[in-house]
Write a protein that binds this ligand. Structure first.
Ligand SMILES: *Cc1c(COP(=O)(O)O)cnc(C)c1O
Length: 392
């Protein structure tokens, strides 16, 4: 069968069209024009309620949310911030943008933070960002315990983890701030957009002002009145606001989240189970306590040399499945050695070894079962073909 474009998206719910028409007719696109109930404000209260957080701030991207989280913590210039060595380039970029210094921690071959390296690098850092990369959750109990003991604030980069839970807690609610993305390849698609949540009124108040709530616009964040006055005119304005149009695209998708999460997990587990048939593909299991919300699958190629890995990718591509080996292309934004904008970029041998064999395949949550089976078959055939004995 011919396979669909795995970067295709689902249609945006019809309700968005009606709301966008209303906004276009009124021209009311700026979040702070309406006296109350602007779509961005409604999104913030709905998202906070969905996650069980006290406060939410919608912004232009998850990267903006991470940047504002660091700024809200009021860290001194050059403050070291510990981040995983396996994440998206936007994460060390946000650290640099906030005038801080990224410290990279090793990640293991299950895509999780290496707790020994984390413990060794934690002393002296002034903040931690935990990227739940591709939705893979590290041992958050251990990480929170270490951060609490060291009195270091932890920010969650939950860009790709909306709907994931850890021991019954929603991912994104564990840190001082949790940051999410609405970019097109995430669970909720607005093209661009992000949101941050927190239970800390002062942190969110600072972030709100810096996101661009100039003059008295902060008064439209009704839940927070008292936290703001002390910051009036004392914080820079970075103007990273969300437009009402984005909120109109996002809000009707929130009610589909549970279904997408359930579909995504079923799809992932179906493909994962089939891949187990190959001795050369290994899908890391979730940790006990982790309930995933995947819209892609990651697996490690084992027992293959570099040439065989290249052939595997080519065979799969010929059959219509795009496999990305994180470390194999010259410009992958998730391979730490490509973050050459970081001064004194360190070497992380364990993370590098993982990236050279770890594969990434998108599995949009709306794919039907026969397509998923066909994707798994393509991968199985590609793995089998590169390991056939040489013809003589
Ligand atoms: C997508 C992603 C980001 C960046 O999100 P944007 O909204 O595009 O800025 C950051 N971290 C992770 C883990 C991501 O998957």
């Amino acid at each position: 069968m011919s396979l669909p474009d795995m970067h295709s998206s689902e249609a945006i719910p019809e309700a968005a069209r009606v709301e966008i028409d209303r906004l276009l007719n009124s021209g009311d696109l700026f979040r702070y024009t309406a006296a109350s109930e602007a779509p961005v404000s409604l999104l913030e209260s709905e998202f906070a309620a969905l996650l069980g957080a006290k406060f939410a701030l919608a912004v232009s991207s998850c990267s903006a949310a991470l940047f504002l989280s660091l700024k809200a913590l009021d860290l001194p210039t050059d403050a070291p911030v510990l981040i995983p060595g396996f994440t998206f380039a936007a994460v060390p970029s946000a650290v640099l943008h906030a005038n801080c210094r990224p410290i990279l921690c090793e990640v293991d071959n299950t895509y999780r933070i290496d707790l020994q390296d984390f413990a060794a690098k934690l002393p002296g850092v002034q903040a931690v960002i935990i990227s739940h990369m591709r939705g893979h959750t590290s041992d958050m109990d251990a990480i929170m315990q270490m951060c609490d003991a060291a009195n270091v604030p932890m920010i969650e980069d939950a860009a790709h983890s909306l709907g994931t839970t850890w021991n019954g807690h929603k991912i994104g609610t564990l840190g001082r701030m949790g940051c999410f993305s609405f970019q097109s390849y995430k669970m909720i698609n607005a093209g661009e957009g992000g949101i941050m949540i927190s239970d800390d009124a002062d942190l969110i108040a600072r972030a709100i002002i810096m996101s661009g709530a100039y003059e008295h616009n902060w008064k439209k964040h009704a839940v927070l009145q008292d936290a703001f006055a002390v910051h009036q005119n004392r914080l820079p304005l970075y103007n990273l606001r969300m437009s009402n149009l984005s909120a109109a695209v996002i809000r009707p998708q929130l009610q589909h989240l549970d279904q997408r999460v359930a579909d995504g997990r079923r799809n992932h587990d179906l493909v994962a189970k089939r891949l187990e048939e190959s001795p050369h593909m290994q899908v890391p299991s979730p940790l006990p306590g982790e309930i995933r919300a995947p819209d892609s699958i990651q697996f490690n190629l084992t027992g293959l040399n570099d040439d065989q890995v290249t052939h595997f990718v080519a065979k799969a591509a010929d059959a219509g499945v795009k496999v990305q080996v994180f470390g194999a292309s010259a410009d992958n934004a998730r391979a730490f050695w490509n973050w050459q904008f970081i001064p004194d970029l360190p070497e992380l041998p364990q993370t590098r070894a993982m990236l050279m064999r770890a594969c990434d395949v998108r599995l949009p949550t709306h794919l039907p079962t026969n397509t998923l089976k066909a994707v798994a078959d393509v991968l199985l055939n590609a793995a089998a073909s590169v390991t056939l004995p040489e013809q003589v």
